[in-house]
Design a protein around this ligand. Sequence first.
Ligand SMILES: *Cc1c(COP(=O)(O)O)cnc(C)c1O
Length: 404
Amino acid sequence: MSQQLTNEYLTGLAKEFGTPLYVYHAEKIQEQYNKLTKAFNNSNTVFFYACKALTNINILRYIKSLGANVDCSSINEVRLALYAGFPPARILYTSNGIGFSEIEEAQALGVIINIDSLSNLEKFGKKFGRSYPVGVRLRPNIMAGGNLKISTGHDKSKFGIPVDQIEKVLDVVRRYDMNIADLHIHTGSEIKDADVFVKSIEILFDIIPHFKELKFIDLGGGFKVSDRRDFTETDIDAIAKKVNESFASHTQPGARNFQVWFEPGKFLVSQCGYFVTQVNVIKETSSATFVSVDSGFNHLIRPMFYDAYHHIENISNPSGPEKKYSVVGNICETDTFAWDRTLNEVREGDHLVFHNAGAYGFEMSSNFNSRFKPAEVMVKDGKAFLIRKRDVFEDLLRSQVLVD
Ligand SMILES: *Cc1c(COP(=O)(O)O)cnc(C)c1O
């Protein structure tokens, strides 16, 4: 059965820890991870958790305990991963237009590195030659993913070195005698279609023969989960089958046996997360009934930023009559969470829960309006642990410098 926290339990947490509150259910992460490892059971596949989705060090430690590796998108994420106990060999740093000094730092820390520009590849070759194996992030020039903002592989995307510039890549690699250990393609987020991964593999197999030392093929992340409006979840079994078939069909005699990497973020941590808020005000107007909760896009930006759908539940009145509401926040900026949403009758003081709030929720939060970031709680083995304190007023002042 799918792991799910009950309304009563979440209400209890809201009372104990206050709101707004992020709650993460560890066993749900395990359930998702098991889906991946089960599907790819008989193949040489490794999963790197794309930790930009949720970097609380307790979540990182939990995911490490499951056996996953970690994919980072900044040097600070690399440091957090090391802090959480991942050994450098299990940490991947996939760069996006970062300065070379960060790549040098990552090299000094001994982690795996994917380079995404000719410029940094050249600098890396010049400095390290073949002494440090490195990966190349390619842009496959294919469109995939939920929408343009979260697609990274299309031909106008900034991500990766366009595959049509492969001759230039080869030139750099030849000149510095570089050891290219992996090729990486990440096409975007919320990919439902297994064929997108097959297409990436097809593109890579044209290129693979040029890299004699290649050991790993990194197909990125982007698996979609159900959000309870669109119930489709990326069919991991179908992807495993197609990816395995695709690799099998390319195995010529003497071909190397590549280890395949994936970098799931959202797939692992989206559904484990609940964002619990409390209703401040109900405002009846001629156009809508507004429900203002004690939060805003300063805490959960995905609806405003991506038009993302988050299922909302009134856990204080689950059997109340259904009505339509516009759910909004309390910051001084339009911060609509949901328009025209059917909820069980909402009263001031009720607790509203936003589902699928684990990925890119707290992680994209800010102190806009000088409000505090929410607290975070992890539920594990039936016990709730505070894993991040709510901000206090001193936090707003901590790095400010007062001048006379
Ligand atoms: C963001 C990102 C991911 C994870 O994407 P999800 O949609 O959360 O699975 C994986 N790899 C790279 C390089 C990324 O930038």
